[in-house]
Design a protein around this ligand. Structure first.
Ligand SMILES: C[S@@+](CC[C@H](N)C(=O)[O-])C[C@H]1O[C@@H](n2cnc3c(N)ncnc32)[C@H](O)[C@@H]1O
Length: 189
């Protein structure tokens, strides 16, 4: 598939490596998300893959909240759909297929997670530009990139692009196997 080769996109066949017991132990979704995701929020899981974080987000926002699980690959969304079908989470998790160069979501959302996805995006400037219109002013985005695929220098470049789009950048939380940052949409602040 062209899209996979060109952008180094994680194929659906490798989704099992993203949702398993060992990862749950090393990168526990509840522990990572609970400082940021609260009851009633609208949250975007950008590049959700097989939903390792989306399901826990759904539990944290409760009945009054909403999760948008978004991915460029329909195969990943199908995996999320199978996990939530017939559960309480089905009503609060909306699946969305992004375009290759466009997220395509109408905001505002309160919080965004982009976990291990930005290095797969060729036009990060376009993504951050669009994100300023999706994330509410003052809203936060947690970005996490894999140190084995993304050097410190490359991560620094990503942060520069985010600043250029209008985000304030702060150090992120400590996450095993993660380079992290918290971005705040400060377009009009
Ligand atoms: C390595 S996986 C990580 C999945 C998930 N965030 C996790 O940590 O388990 C990266 C995901 O980002 C998706 N992705 C890549 N480029 C994207 C884009 N431009 N828009 C939306 N999703 C994208 C891929 O299809 C893949 O499912």
């Amino acid at each position: 598939m062209d899209l996979l080769k060109k952008n180094r996109i994680c194929p659906v066949e490798r989704a099992g490596g993203l949702d398993n017991t060992i990862r749950r132990w090393l990168q526990t979704p509840h522990k990572i998300l609970q400082p940021y995701v609260h009851t009633g929020m609208t949250v975007l899981d950008l590049g959700c893959g097989p939903g390792f974080f989306s399901l826990e987000m759904g539990r944290l926002v409760g009945h009054s909240g909403r999760i948008i699980a978004a991915d460029v690959q329909q195969g990943m969304l199908t995996k999320v759909q199978k996990k939530i079908r017939g559960t309480d989470l089905e009503d609060r998790i909306t699946l969305h297929q992004c375009g290759q160069d466009r997220i395509g979501i109408a905001g505002p959302v309160d919080f965004v997670l982009a976990f291990y996805m930005l290095h797969e995006v060729p036009r990060q400037d376009a993504l951050f530009g669009e994100m300023t219109t999706i994330l509410k002013i003052g809203g936060k985005m947690l970005i996490v990139e894999p140190p084995l695929h993304v050097s410190r220098q490359e991560f620094g470049k990503t942060l520069e692009i985010a600043r250029g789009a209008g985000f304030a950048v702060m150090d992120g939380p400590k996450i095993l196997f993660g380079r992290t940052a918290i971005l705040t949409n400060s377009q009009e602040v």
